[in-house]
Design a binder for this molecule. Structure first.
Ligand code: BGC
Length: 380
């Protein structure tokens, strides 16, 4: 990419002057395809370490790049937007050759994307699409609409309204459910919610599922920054305002394991899971180890597994393509419009995990060991 650009400009003199005026870092000095991996740095910007999934992503991307000999600058932003902007700014000025970014807020890094483009640094948007700027070169993620479909389907299966293979279940309802969504500044939130609502709507329309709180709009269901504590508080409020008349919650749609754990804590504090008051069916996402244990113990019903090892691998393949002045291979060029352009994407499949899938999907594949599942903790 950069090579074509420089050749088009015609020659080394221009290339040199271009490098000089764009800051002179390794990322801006012309042709990375002529360099050894050890001379190339990939900046990896991750949102937070409060969720295991991003720790696993960061670790996997770093290890895979380092195994190929590249230098890696991995930074976590503590879910703070100014920190992430600053970290990416620094990667650019220090001469990163490629950037891999999982944004906190998809729209907040536009200045950094412009600066990266000016320095000819390709940008790979990692799992969360960077929005509102044309300088996003590639996107690696999962089929996020399908994640929402899978979560809603897992709720229906957990309630017995559907069977795992898509058939009709034996339960008839009606069931009381409550709905949770992710952070509204994350593009994925709309996809998860969209997939889930399309799946649940017929059951809500015919009265099989009742959202007792009446909170069926995404703005009401959203949890800023996907925070466990915020989710716990909302669930507590829903229980006090809607379920102190003896009625019980039968199911909760949750888009992420951390949110699920907040919801479960609120429910347990209100007496669910003791005696006859069964815990409702609670869904999730990410197969975080604490939640996998809860699923194994029959506390959380399901999660959606997204193999971060495969995602990291795709990010590395894309980064390497850019470093060799090639275009990474996309498997989707239609779905992800970032409001300025459709970003070529590589999307990976997902898998729903109930208790009886843990061994096959998570343990046999080496994602978690049986010991880690039993302990509910990742080994360092
Ligand atoms: C990711 C999910 C994750 C959520 C919270 C989303 O962007 O796609 O896998 O659960 O962020 O971290």
């Amino acid at each position: 990419m950069r090579r074509k650009f420089l050749v088009a400009l015609g020659g080394a003199a221009l290339a040199l002057s271009l490098a000089a005026c764009s800051g002179g870092g390794a990322g801006s000095d012309g042709d990375s395809s002529d360099k050894k991996p050890a001379d190339l740095t990939i900046g990896v910007s991750m949102p937070t370490q409060t969720s295991e999934r991003w720790i696993a992503d960061g670790k996997a991307v770093k290890e895979k790049l380092e195994a190929k000999g590249y230098k890696v600058d991995l930074q976590y932003a503590g879910d703070d937007i100014p920190t992430q902007s600053q970290q990416v700014d620094q990667m650019i000025t220090q001469g990163a050759d490629v950037l891999i970014i999982a944004a906190i807020d998809g729209t907040a890094l536009s200045g950094q994307l412009d600066a990266a483009a000016a320095a000819k640094i390709p940008v790979i948007s990692y799992d969360r699409l960077l929005l509102g700027n044309k300088n996003v070169d590639f996107y690696v993620s999962f089929d996020n609409y399908k994640v929402g479909v899978a979560q809603a389907t897992a709720l229906l299966v957990g309630l017995g309204l559907q069977t795992k293979d898509g058939g009709k279940g034996t339960a008839t309802g009606p069931f009381n459910v409550e709905l949770f969504a992710g952070s509204l500044d994350d593009n994925n939130t709309q996809y998860f919610w969209g997939g889930a609502m399309d799946t649940l709507k017929p059951f809500m329309d015919n009265g099989t599922l009742k959202v007792k709180s009446g909170q069926t709009r995404i703005e009401q269901a959203a949890i800023l920054r996907w925070q466990q504590e915020t989710a716990q508080k909302r669930m507590e409020d829903l229980l006090t305002s809607g379920y102190n008349d003896g009625t019980v919650v039968n199911g909760v749609l949750s888009p992420y394991d951390g949110i699920s754990r907040g919801i479960i804590t609120a429910l347990q504090n209100a007496g669910y899971g003791k005696g006859a008051k069964k815990l409702p069916v609670v869904t999730g996402q990410d197969a975080e180890i604490a939640s996998v244990k809860l699923i194994n113990d029959g506390v959380q019903s399901s999660t959606v597994f997204k193999d971060t090892r495969l995602l990291a691998e795709q990010a590395v393949i894309a980064a390497e393509a850019f470093l060799q002045d090639k275009e990474p291979q996309a498997n989707d060029t239609k779905t992800y419009n970032n409001k300025v352009k459709v970003v070529p994407s590589y999307l990976l499949p997902i898998e729903t995990v109930f208790k009886d899938d843990i061994t096959k999907v998570l343990v046999d594949s080496g994602y978690w060991s049986a010991d880690e599942v039993a302990a509910g903790q990742a080994k360092k």
